[in-house]
Design a protein around this ligand. Structure first.
Ligand SMILES: [Zn+2]
Length: 245
């Protein structure tokens, strides 16, 4: 595969690498998606759980759903694709380059795999945020929902971005800058349909980056990508990093 050889060569030499990941990278770790939840939660509708309105109406129900997801995330482990991205970062930094990993996932698996330069666009399930004073804090291993703020004692909510909410301050700007400056951009395990994350690949392409996509299905980015690997995240990362020592 000539395209793959070229992509490997580019990646081995790239100085500014930007990566975007989505749910597809956490699937091999067994993280349930909204679609999985539809099978497990009766009459499940994401809008009943992941909006500020749903939380205002029934915080206990929303917390029960998040407590279930938090449990699933704690049981999960980073998979070889998460580890490959942490290794890629170490190599790019070791040769004096820059690296940013932007994820739409809220499972915290990239950090657990050792990724350092990381933007979690949609927040993190394992953190809560005080509704009164705004303090963010890691959720303890065992807690009774709703958790209370360690600073002021008021109720805290999941520290994730719900439908209709803004991204965390500065997160989008940082992601956009990294993709605009990248000489190599990689998009893994996302259908590239959710905005604004979907536009990061287009920004990198428009700025002249070499763009590689790893996704089992074609996406709106496919026509722009220099290489599209029609595989799962683990196989795709193995193919891209094969032969590195
Ligand atoms: Zn507080």
């Amino acid at each position: 595969m000539e395209g793959l050889a070229e992509a490997r060569k580019r990646l081995a030499q790239a100085q500014r690498v930007a990566v975007l990941t989505g749910a597809g990278i956490s699937k091999p770790s067994g993280i349930p998606t909204f679609r999985d939840a539809e099978g497990l939660w009766k009459n499940f509708n994401p809008l009943d759980y992941a909006t500020p309105e749903a939380y205002a109406r029934d915080p206990e129900r929303v917390w029960a759903w998040y407590a279930w997801r938090i449990q699933k995330v704690r049981e999960a482990k980073p998979n070889p694709a998460h580890h490959a991205l942490a290794e890629l970062e170490r190599r790019v930094l070791a040769r004096g380059g820059s690296f940013l990993l932007v994820t739409q996932n809220v499972d915290g698996l990239h950090a657990r795999a050792g990724s350092q330069n990381l933007v979690e666009l949609h927040g993190n399930l394992l953190r809560a945020r005080c509704e009164a004073c705004g303090k963010r804090f890691p959720l303890p291993e065992a807690f009774t929902p709703p958790p209370l703020c360690p600073a002021c004692g008021q109720r805290a909510r999941p520290d994730v971005v719900w439908f209709g909410e803004l991204l965390p301050e500065g997160a989008w700007e940082k992601a956009e800058k990294a993709f605009a400056e990248a000489d190599f951009a990689l998009v893994v395990g996302t259908s590239a349909e959710v905005e604004p994350a979907a536009s990061l690949g287009r920004i990198a392409f428009a700025s002249g980056a070499y763009l590689v996509e790893v996704n089992p299905e074609p996406t709106p980015l496919t026509p722009l990508a220099h290489l599209s690997l029609r595989t799962g995240a683990v196989e795709g990362m193995e193919a891209l990093l094969a032969g590195w020592s």
